[in-house]
Design a protein. Structure first.
Ligand code: SAH
Length: 233
């Protein structure tokens, strides 16, 4: 296994780079890729930057240039359900691009020529991440939607929830990584700590949260995931 770990923001990657043993760095396409051993797992960590194109580019480069065999995305997200609270973790089982709409040529949300509107995560990786996360906080599993918008208005999140009733969280990268991994045949998983309620208070909650809690959660979960994964690969 060579594990690619993508985060969107520097705070989300906090600690992982320092934890890499025998690190090496390579700058490519305006991103810094840092490889090395992460608790005995061969890993490459990178910041994708924000949004679907940025995330798709980063995932593709991880696979094609760095030869990663598995990808995990760690980050924060807005809540998409009343039972999903700030500080909870959502582990994706499926991802949707909520701003994709080629109707009437294709059904809303369907990605042309794949026949899919939802991309499933790898079951084994998802299982292990959820188990690791459950030792840190409350964990939900289900659908996450991504789009090139920070959802920070109550009307926006309500409209999304009406269109996608099983929505658990909203963010800006996961579904893009999902499509790339689907097309390249790479097992992947997405884990998101809830930073805000994707409503009118979202921007303030978000800034506070990523500085205080999100970085620690991501680090703890990845550490546990790697330590428990070593025996199985
Ligand atoms: N002000 C920040 C912008 C971050 S954008 C900055 O300057 O760095 C929000 C990031 O967190 C994205 O990577 C997205 O995936 C995630 N996210 C958290 N809450 C979100 C929400 N309510 N809507 C969309 N994305 C959200």
């Amino acid at each position: 296994m060579r594990l690619g770990i993508i985060s969107a923001l520097a705070e989300e990657q906090h600690g992982l780079i320092e934890a890499l043993e025998s690190p090496y760095k390579l700058v490519h396409g305006m991103r810094e890729y840092t490889g090395g051993k992460l608790w005995e797992i061969d890993a490459v960590c990178v910041l994708s930057r924000i949004g679907k194109v940025a995330a798709a580019m980063t995932a593709s480069i991880l696979v094609e240039k760095f030869g990663v065999t598995h990808i995990v995305f760690t980050g924060v997200a807005g809540s998409g359900d009343k039972n999903v609270k700030v500080g909870d973790i959502v582990v994706a089982e499926e991802l949707v691009q909520h701003d994709f709409d080629a109707s009437p040529l294709f059904p809303q949300f369907e990605i042309p020529l794949t026949g899919l509107s939802r991309f499933a995560t790898d079951t084994a990786l998802t299982e292990r991440l959820a188990a690791a996360a459950a030792q840190t906080t409350r964990v939900h599993r289900g659908m996450i939607a991504s789009g090139d918008q920070f959802i920070g208005k109550l009307a926006q999140i309500q409209a999304l929830k009406a269109a996608l009733p099983d929505l658990l969280a909203v963010e800006m990268e996961g579904a893009a990584v999902a499509q790339v991994c689907f097309e390249l045949g790479i097992p992947f998983a997405v884990i998101r700590t809830i930073s805000d309620n994707a409503n009118d208070d979202a921007a303030v909650d978000f800034m506070h949260f990523i500085k205080t809690v999100a970085s620690r959660y991501a680090f703890d979960v990845i550490e546990r995931f790697c330590r428990e994964h070593v025996g199985s690969v």
